[in-house]
Ligand binder design. Structure first.
Ligand code: ADE
Ligand code: ZN
Length: 334
C-alpha cells in the first residue's frame, strides 16, 4: 500500500513553509549568514528540540527562523519543500507563510514574498508542481499588526490566494480578527483559520469561524465532531477540513485517526496534510501512511481523501478537473 500512496497524485493544503526548515538547511543558512547556532550538529539540534503541546512547539519553531534573512534564503526554503513534495507526487500545494514571524525581527515583507514566489514559479517550470501562497496572521500578535500586514500585502495581492490565522490559539479567538478578515474578504482574499485540536474553547472557536468570520475552509477543525450542529453546518456549506495526523500525534494525545474515519463516514470533506513536516518528520505521504496503518484504510478511501483535497482547493474548476482526471486514471490502473 505504501507504493500505492507514493504514486497517488496528491494535494497538500495545510503546510507552513517555515515548518519545512530541515536542520540541514538551517545549518547551511546559518553559515551563509554568519549566524552562530547553539548546537554543533544536526543531530544535536534535533535532539534538543522537544515539545509536547502547540505552545511548546511554537517556541522552537519561531526560534529556528532566525536563520531566514534574505530573499535567497526564502527561495531555498520553498525550493527544498517543492522538490520534496514533487518527489512524493504532490501535484498542487497551498502554502502558508507567516510574514509577521519575519517582519517582527526586521526582515522586510517583500524579501519574504519575493523569495517564495520565485521558488514557486521555478518549481512549476522544472517539476510541474503547482502552488499558491496563503498569508497567515499570527494570532498571538495584535489585530492592529494583522491589519497593517494585510495592507502591506496588497501590492502583492495577485501572488496570494487567501489569508489564514495560526500560532497560539489560547486566548486568541477568531473574533479578535473579525475586522481584519472582513477587510481581507473585501480585497478578494479567500479565508481560512486554524482551529487547532483540543484547545480551550475549540468548539466555540469553530462556531465563530462559521458565524462571525465566514471562513471558506477550516484548518484542523477535528473538534467539530464534538458538536453535531457544527458538523451539520460544515456539511451544509461544503467546507473542507485540513487535518494533520502526525502533527496531532505530537501536540495532542494522538493522531486522531478515528476522527478522520468518522469524518469520512459523515461525508465531510476531510483532507490529510503535513503541517510542519521538518519538525514532525513526516511529509504528506508519511501522513497518509500513518492513517492507512491506523485505520486499515482501503485504496478507495485514500483516493477519496485526495479527491476531497482537490475538490476544496482554491483553484478554478477547469484546473481541478485535470487533477480529478489524473486521480481517476491512477485509481483505474491500480
Ligand atoms: N504554526 C505552525 N504550525 C502551527 C500549528 N500546527 N498550529 C498553529 N500555528 C502553527
Ligand atoms: Zn498548521
Amino acid at each position: 500500500m505504501n507504493d500505492f500512496i507514493a504514486g497517488l497524485p496528491k494535494c497538500e493544503l495545510h503546510l507552513h513553509i517555515e515548518g519545512t526548515l530541515e536542520p540541514e538547511l538551517k545549518f547551511d543558512l546559518a553559515r551563509r549568514n554568519g549566524i552562530a547556532l547553539p548546537h554543533a550538529t544536526v543531530e544535536e539540534a534535533r535532539a534538543a528540540f522537544t515539545f509536547d503541546s502547540l505552545s511548546t512547539f511554537l517556541v522552537g519553531y519561531y526560534g529556528s527562523m532566525d536563520v531566514l534573512r534574505t530573499e535567497p534564503d526564502f527561495y531555498d526554503l520553498a525550493s527544498a519543500y517543492l522538490t520534496k513534495a514533487a518527489a512524493q507526487n504532490v501535484r498542487y500545494a497551498e502554502i502558508f507563510f507567516d510574514p509577521q514571524a519575519h517582519t517582527s525581527r526586521g526582515v522586510p515583507f517583500d524579501v519574504v514574498i519575493r523569495g517564495l514566489r520565485r521558488a514557486i514559479l521555478d518549481a512549476e517550470r522544472l517539476n510541474g508542481i503547482r502552488a499558491q501562497l496563503i498569508m497567515c496572521f499570527l494570532r498571538d500578535f495584535s489585530a492592529e499588526y494583522a491589519m497593517a500586514t494585510l495592507l502591506e500585502s496588497l501590492p502583492y495581492r495577485e501572488w496570494i490566494v487567501g489569508v489564514g490565522l495560526d500560532s497560539d490559539e489560547r486566548g486568541n479567538p477568531p473574533v479578535k480578527f473579525a475586522k481584519v478578515f472582513a477587510r481581507a474578504r473585501q480585497e478578494g482574499y479567500l479565508l481560512t483559520m486554524h482551529c487547532d485540536v483540543d484547545q480551550e474553547n475549540s468548539t466555540e472557536h469553530i462556531r465563530q469561524c462559521l458565524e462571525v468570520i465566514g471562513v471558506d475552509r477550516i484548518d484542523h477543525g477535528v473538534n467539530a465532531l464534538d458538536d453535531p450542529a457544527l458538523v451539520e453546518e460544515i456539511k451544509r456549506r461544503g467546507l473542507g477540513l485540513t487535518v494533520c495526523p502526525v502533527s496531532n500525534g505530537f501536540v495532542t494525545d494522538g493522531s486522531k485517526a478515528e476522527a478522520i474515519r468518522r469524518m469520512l463516514d459523515l461525508d465531510l470533506r476531510v483532507t490529510i496534510n503535513s503541517d510542519d513536516p521538518a519538525y514532525f518528520r513526516a511529509y504528506v505521504a508519511e501522513n497518509l501512511e500513518l492513517v492507512h496503518r491506523e485505520l486499515d484504510l482501503p485504496q478507495d478511501d485514500l483516493v477519496r481523501l485526495e479527491r476531497n483535497a482537490f475538490e476544496i482547493a482554491w483553484l478554478p474548476r477547469s484546473v481541478k478537473h485535470t487533477y480529478f482526471a489524473e486521480l481517476d486514471a491512477y485509481a483505474r490502473e491500480r
